[in-house]
Design a protein around this ligand. Structure first.
Ligand SMILES: [Zn+2]
Ligand SMILES: [Zn+2]
Length: 195
């Protein structure tokens, strides 16, 4: 059992990293499907839809911080450590080895969390329909994160915000991997004092 799990993890770690368009090709249709399901089962006003999508977007900023700090850098026990290595610490190694393509998260890494958070939202709101719209906002935040993360590792931004985000994330990679877990914003690093 443990051997099977270990070989699966190694296979996952050796899969090529996806291209930037791949998460978009997965999560945009998934988000549209979830929204269609939600609005079909419970029609809502435009205002309600916008509020729930915004809740999802905001939730993403916390999910980004939580997963990065407590799952990808925080687990010490096997097999979770091997799993987090396969999905995130391999990205840290790639950056150190100047392998610029190893940035985008594999769907095998993101989909299980997408499912878990959908059920958490459904449990908290007691509604699969409400959770579906929040989850759609989370997907939008996640795709924004992938774009920012990709940009940080591939481009030299000219805008002050782009420069700030690049510098912020590179400090996490090159100076303090136990700090600066936010990628799209420093909000939760500020809140939890990991700036
Ligand atoms: Zn990175
Ligand atoms: Zn990291």
């Amino acid at each position: 059992m443990w051997q099977n799990m270990k070989s699966t993890l190694i296979q996952l770690a050796e899969l090529p990293f996806p291209k930037l368009w791949m998460p978009a090709a997965l999560y945009i249709p998934l988000g549209l499907l979830l929204s269609a399901f939600s609005l079909h089962s419970h029609p809502r006003s435009l205002r309600e839809v916008c509020i729930l999508l915004t809740v999802g977007l905001f939730s993403w900023t916390f999910i980004e911080y939580f997963l990065h700090r407590f799952i990808f850098h925080g687990v010490e026990r096997e097999p979770w450590k091997s799993l987090s290595s396969a999905f995130h610490l391999s990205h840290h190694e790639a950056v150190m080895n100047h392998e610029p393509d190893n940035v985008i998260t594999r769907p095998a890494g993101s989909l299980p969390f997408a499912l878990i958070f959908y059920f958490i939202f459904a449990f908290v709101t007691w509604s699969f329909s409400v959770a579906a719209l929040i989850e759609t906002g989370v997907f939008a935040g996640y795709l924004f994160y992938e774009c920012v993360h990709y940009g940080v590792h591939h481009f030299q931004p000219k805008s002050p915000l782009g420069k700030f985000l690049r510098n912020y994330h590179l400090q996490h990679h090159l100076v303090r991997p136990d700090r600066r877990f936010g990628v799209t914003s420093p909000l939760w690093d500020w809140a939890f004092r990991t700036l």
